[in-house]
Design a protein around this ligand. Structure first.
Ligand code: 13P
Length: 365
């Protein structure tokens, strides 16, 4: 497969300040989110929900690529049009989640390794033939006392690199996702240290496996204080004037809020130390942040750093784009238009955040 076509696809995925929509929840994860809202956990409900997403009017104005799940890539609208055809019509490139999930790592209590390398070459060939042009593999790392361990780091970095090399062989741009989870009471600095260590290990392995950096996208976590740390309390208002945001992280009272700018600085500094300039784009996961905070933090990074960064800072959110829409939909056909509006609104907010033009006013219009 030509290096040029991989580089072209990677650049297309972040062109015009657009970003990626992750809609690749595995069936158990999708069902779990449905269950919380009283939505039936059925094949038809998952299909109807994904139809709502792909047919949302105007989605392609802010979204360049959609990451699908194996079930979804084969599905159609109620009236029989394949989702892949709808996405093509909207100018959205189809991507596919190809990992088989994170499983307990032997000998490492509390840690996981992502599986799915066996038979991957054949699956990638099939997905390419179906029309997929990029892929995703997610590794998860926990912060804890003495965690992540060196063994867990090495195993996940190795698997990510093997996956990325196989993707490029098949003509698919690998989205490389090492996610340091938000769970824990660690502070911002510790998340920064761990994320730095993780990214170093990942890029070392990508180099060993001869992955073309120009033909991949990195999907990291933002550097954030742990969910149960004092500084992760609710942030009500941040910034001043046009740059002021009302944002929500948790339901707990504000204590020592981690300022949006502080997160932006810690995240970009960590990436500058670890991500080679040849990588065309960094597309963040949202990881359970509120939708507004994810937009505000991405915006702050672009406002403060965009002109002096070697890579684009983009988004590849699932919950931070989908969650408000899912809460409106609740499985009812009558709610589809309002849910689609909410979905497209979040996509627009994140495109604005790429331009450094996301403001609190966008949330009240
Ligand atoms: P979140 O944005 O909800 O973290 O999901 C991103 C993703 O694709 C996880 O693999």
């Amino acid at each position: 497969m030509s290096a040029q076509s991989l580089m072209d696809t990677a650049r297309t995925l972040v062109a015009n300040d657009k970003g990626l929509l992750a809609m690749d929840e595995s069936n158990p994860t999708c069902d779990q989110r449905f269950a919380k809202l009283g939505i039936p956990q059925t094949l038809e409900a998952r299909r109807a929900y994904r139809e709502l997403i792909v047919t949302a009017p105007g989605l392609g104005e802010s979204i360049s690529g959609a990451i699908l799940y194996d079930e979804t890539i084969r599905q159609q609208t109620r009236s029989g049009t394949p989702f892949l055809e709808i996405l093509a019509g909207a100018g959205i490139l189809p991507g596919i989640k190809v990992d088989a999930g994170a499983k307990a790592l032997a000998g490492h209590p509390g840690e996981k390794v992502t599986e799915g390398l066996d038979g991957l070459r054949d699956r990638l060939r099939d997905y390419y033939q179906m029309g997929a042009r990029f892929a995703k593999w997610r590794a998860v790392l926990v912060i804890g006392d003495q965690l992540p361990s060196r063994g867990c780091l090495a195993a996940n970095a190795h698997a990510l690199a093997r996956y990325a090399a196989l993707c490029q062989e098949a003509g698919l741009v690998p989205v490389v996702e090492p996610e340091v989870l938000m769970e824990g009471d660690h502070d911002l600095e510790r998340c920064g240290q761990v994320t730095e260590e993780v990214l170093r290990a990942v890029f070392h392995q990508l180099h060993l496996q001869r992955v073309l950096l120009e033909g991949m996208i990195l999907k990291p976590n933002m550097v954030l204080p742990g969910l149960t740390s004092p500084s992760a309390q609710e942030v009500r208002e941040v910034g001043t004037g046009e740059q002021q945001f009302q944002v929500r992280l948790t339901d707990r009272p504000p204590d020592e809020p981690a300022a949006v700018d502080e997160v932006a600085d810690a995240t970009v500094n960590c990436l500058l130390r670890t991500v080679p300039a040849a990588v065309p784009a960094i597309a963040f996961l949202s990881g359970g942040q509120s939708a507004e905070l994810a937009s505000a933090r991405l915006n702050a990074m672009n406002v403060r750093f965009k002109s002096r960064l070697p890579w684009a800072l983009a988004f590849s959110f699932a919950r931070a784009i989908q969650q408000p829409a899912l809460e409106i939909w609740r499985g009812l056909a009558a709610n589809v238009p309002a849910a689609q509006q909410a979905l497209v609104h979040r996509a627009r907010c994140n495109r604005a955040a790429r331009q450094g033009q996301y403001t609190a006013i966008m949330e009240t219009d």
